[in-house]
Design a protein. Structure first.
Lengths: 324, 100
């Protein structure tokens, strides 16, 4: 997090932007592909169970259902039918070619917009637009047949926002972090795009990857736990395991020439954590929930800044600091 | 320059939590988080939409004096005014007109 100046009294010590976009360049779906959206009928169904959060998707074109089942295979829930889902999403074909305009010359990051209207959160990007009930169980998403983004990506990006809210309603949160499991415990690495989340996972090839971009944090019997989610930072960066693991520590990454760990005060840790919770800045009550759970988490597990270089020696510092 | 008779009002989109004597303030829609130090936190927690800048300043000075920080208390008024200006510039508060 960058400190952006102080004012009177040294009163404002940290000013940080909340994480607001996916920061991923959309990838062309290719002009010569056979569109999954042109194949009727739209009556496929997919159930996902992500550490207790259950999402039910109806009305998928069958080819897209197959693609998503493969993409999210660790989280597909064959027993979801007839069960009570946290959200049931109806998929429909869009009547327009696209929503947000994709400008190749300026699109270094993925654009995604959200807006609340009553109890609904509306979400839209290049090739999809949808809404869902924040506290209710209904949602809908319209998919465009677009060259900018394939439909499985559109569904994934819509579900990422849905999941962030549903996880928060259940007392956890979606964390913009990479996660690795070592000796049965989850080590979470966070910071803005470019801080090194994916790099750390590449430097730790022998550890179990939870995810290189998003981690779901939950609390079970008073213990904070981390589990992977089906949403990926890159195609090969998804979860290798759908289980959840006790959290060893949270490490705010800072690229450096040296390696060191600096514990954060609880207030600073809360600020850093909340700044890395995506999509939740639309509503005050969401932020209040996040502040409360981030405080509990910061008191329960070590949180600090980890300066690291492009070598796996940061693990020695982590292990030393956690022993101390 | 902040009018000492102005009544500060917190941004209604702000959520805050005081943690170990430091206020952590998140403002929805503005996508910002702020951490305040001890004195900043005292000021923030005294903003109730009815007190003026001068009343808040006096209350903070009294708290500091009672806690044995006479030296700090004497010089804090100008800092608090500057702090209100900075908070207003960042959208954390609005400064309404108070009665003279």
């Amino acid at each position: 997090m960058e400190d952006k100046g102080e004012c009177g009294l040294g009163g404002i010590a940290v000013t940080s932007p909340l994480y607001t976009d996916l920061r991923k360049r959309p990838r062309s779906a290719g002009r010569d592909r056979e569109s999954a959206l042109r194949q009727a009928p739209w009556n496929g169904t997919l159930g996902l169970a992500i550490s207790g959060v259950r999402l039910d998707i109806h009305g998928l074109p069958l080819a897209l259902e197959r693609t998503l089942s493969k993409r999210f295979h660790l989280f597909v829930s064959p027993t979801l039918a007839g069960a009570e889902a946290d959200l049931s999403v109806r998929v429909r074909p869009a009547v327009v070619k696209g929503y947000l305009e994709y400008d190749k010359s300026q699109s270094r990051s993925y654009r995604l917009e959200t807006r609340t209207s009553g109890e609904r959160l509306h979400v839209w990007s290049y090739a999809f637009a949808g809404w869902f009930e924040i506290d209710g169980k209904e949602g809908e998403v319209s998919l465009c047949d677009s060259d900018v983004e394939p439909p499985e990506r559109s569904i994934e990006n819509f579900l990422r926002v849905v999941f962030a809210w549903k996880a928060s309603v259940r007392g956890g949160f979606l964390f913009h972090a990479s996660g690795l499991v070592r000796h049965g415990k989850a080590y979470l690495f966070f910071g803005p795009s470019g801080s090194g989340k994916t790099t750390v996972t590449r430097l730790s090839a022998n550890d179990l990857l939870l995810n290189d971009d998003c981690i779901h944090i939950t609390r079970r019997n008073g213990e904070f736990r981390a589990n992977g989610v089906p949403f990926k930072g890159r195609d090969e960066g998804g979860a290798e395991n759908a289980g959840d693991f006790p959290i060893a520590g949270l490490f705010r990454l800072v690229q450096s020439r040296r390696v060191c760990f600096e514990p954060l005060s609880t207030a600073a840790a809360v600020s850093e954590i909340v700044a890395s919770i995506p999509f939740m800045s639309e509503r005050k009550e969401g932020l209040e929930r996040n502040l409360a759970v981030a405080e509990d988490l910061s008191r329960a597990v070590p949180v600090g800044r980890l300066q690291f270089r492009l070598a796996p020696d940061f693990w020695n510092i982590i292990e030393e600091s956690l022993r101390g | 320059m902040v009018e000492t008779s102005a009544i500060p009002v917190r941004n209604p989109a702000s959520s805050s939590r005081t943690i170990d004597g430091q206020a952590v303030i998140a403002i929805s829609e503005m996508a910002q988080i702020h951490i305040l130090n001890d004195v900043g936190t005292r000021v923030w927690n005294l903003i109730d939409g009815t007190r003026t800048v001068s009343e808040i300043t006096a209350l903070v000075q009294r708290q500091l004096t009672e806690e044995g920080y006479e030296g700090v208390s004497a010089g804090v008024a100008a800092d608090i005014e500057e702090f209100f200006e900075a908070m207003a510039a960042k959208g954390m508060v609005t400064l309404g007109e108070g009665s003279q």
